[in-house]
Write a protein of this length. Structure first.
Length: 240
């Protein structure tokens, strides 16, 4: 994916999450690694997700320096989270950080995400957890712990805070984000009911997660084509 398409797809992700109501004013952030460089794109701190377009994204180095884009105040937690993970996980090319009420609620539960829905089975034995430690403002304090706790996974619940969903592509990160949100919504509804819950056998969970994650060769690409049509923003350069 070239630079123009990368910026376009990241802007689509911002606007789609806004349309789905999964943003949180200006307090969360999505990024995508710049191909062939130690840099990534992220939105300028202070914009709403619905305001993000391909041409107002900023390019930031992995050590937090603005390389190109608007001179908005830069969200320091964005650098700590995104920069540290890109430095240590070369397989990751997109990172979404959200804190929806449902994801925060599940992150605060002692048992974490439970395999009680097909949405949740996308993440069976594939979710990392990170203990709450205020805002991620210190690179030296948080980087080692964030990277250590994520390990080789692509999804992490930040306890009492929110989530990180990463991917090899923007559409894979979006795929995980959608299913994690639905899984957390379902878990909150099920627990709110107070009813006894049926348990899915371990062997079925193991089979299902394999089936769900191998259902398509490029995870999330089919949904992503539909999302692009739904959001309908213009590409930066239609001829690219």
């Amino acid at each position: 994916m070239n630079e123009h398409h990368l910026r376009y797809n990241l802007a689509v992700a911002y606007q789609a999450l806004a349309k789905l109501g999964l943003d949180d004013l200006t307090y969360t952030h999505l990024s995508a690694r710049r191909p062939g460089e130690d840099a990534y794109y992220i939105y300028p701190f202070g914009l709403l997700f619905e305001e993000v377009t391909p041409d107002n994204l900023i390019k930031v180095s992995l050590d937090g320096q603005i390389l190109d884009g608007y001179e908005f105040q830069y969200n320091k937690t964005g650098y700590v989270i995104h920069g540290s993970m890109y430095r240590n996980r070369p397989d990751i090319n997109a990172i979404f950080h959200l804190h929806t009420p449902e994801i925060v609620a599940v992150s605060a539960m002692k048992e974490g995400l439970c395999p009680i829905s097909q949405w949740a089975l996308h993440f069976y034995n594939k979710v990392a957890y990170h203990d709450y430690n205020s805002l991620a403002l210190s690179a030296t304090e948080h980087e080692a712990n964030l990277v250590r706790d994520l390990g080789d996974k692509y999804v992490m619940l930040l306890k009492h805070h929110g989530s990180i969903t990463a991917g090899r592509t923007i559409h894979e990160a979006f795929f995980y984000t959608h299913h994690l949100q639905k899984a957390c919504e379902t878990q909150c509804l099920a627990m709110q009911s107070g009813a006894a819950l049926h348990q899915i056998p371990h062997e079925i969970c193991e089979k299902t997660v394999g089936d769900l994650l191998s259902f398509e060769t490029d995870l999330g690409s089919r949904d992503w084509q539909a999302i692009q049509r739904w959001v309908g923003i213009r590409q930066l350069d239609e001829t690219v």
